[in-house]
Design a protein around this ligand. Structure first.
Ligand SMILES: [Zn+2]
Length: 224
């Protein structure tokens, strides 16, 4: 898959986007000014961001709105898979068990619906999962109330399933492809929001673990 990567020419400062392979970490860029440069992809760009970039490109440049919707939904699945692998491996390591990616893929595949995948993945990071996090987080609450009126706050993940994945399924399963630019933009924004919320929970969990590690290390020092 190609993704549109934003670049800025080192010689003439022109900003543009360049189509690169999603798995590449660097690429040769030739600017219109004639300059050749080796560019590096930021290492903190996850697969979900790459799908969102391509979704945005389909929305704004190719005007393929249904394909943009499919890619927005895939971005969420990519983020769920990454976080599931990360936190299941962390959890298993506490019991000195090393889990392999293909085992975890199998585990996640057994979840019959996207709602289950959301529930099981977010519950690895926070008790009660993403719905509890959203209900108790004032900033996220305010953000959703203000900018995403189609989302029901009490059933956040169910709203994501209905608004994004039911639409995706209507395209993939029933061949409905007459979605508009407005539809695709709304779904792109919803996908961006949901991935942002997942990453906030991830940061929170990482913070808890780091603090526990520091406290534990101090405890170890004191006891020696
Ligand atoms: Zn240039």
């Amino acid at each position: 898959m190609k993704i549109p990567y934003p670049v800025k020419c080192n010689s003439c400062n022109t900003k543009t986007t360049y189509m690169v392979n999603a798995e590449d970490w660097d690429f040769n860029f030739q600017c219109k000014c004639g300059s050749f440069q080796l560019m590096f992809i930021q290492t903190n760009i996850f697969l979900s961001k790459k799908f969102l970039l391509r979704s945005q490109f389909e929305l704004n440049e190719n005007k393929d709105f249904s394909f943009s919707i499919i890619l927005s939904a895939i971005a969420i699945e990519a983020e769920l898979a990454r976080l599931y692998r990360k936190w299941r491996k962390t959890e298993a390591l506490k019991n000195k068990i090393l889990l392999k990616n293909h085992e975890l893929e199998e585990e996640l595949r057994k979840q019959s619906s996207i709602l289950n995948k959301i529930k099981i993945t977010s519950s690895l990071m926070i008790e009660g999962g993403v719905d509890t996090f959203v209900k108790n987080n004032h900033n996220i609450n305010g953000l959703i109330k203000e900018g995403y009126p189609s989302i029901k706050l009490n059933t956040f993940s169910k709203s994501i399933q209905e608004l994004i994945f039911y639409t995706r399924n209507r395209i993939l399963h029933m061949g409905r492809t007459n979605y508009t630019e407005e539809d695709a933009l709304r779904i792109w924004n919803l996908s961006l929001l949901f991935i942002f919320v997942l990453q906030e929970i991830d940061k929170l969990k990482k913070g808890h673990l780091t603090r526990r590690f520091i406290v534990h290390s101090k405890g170890s020092c004191n006891s020696t």
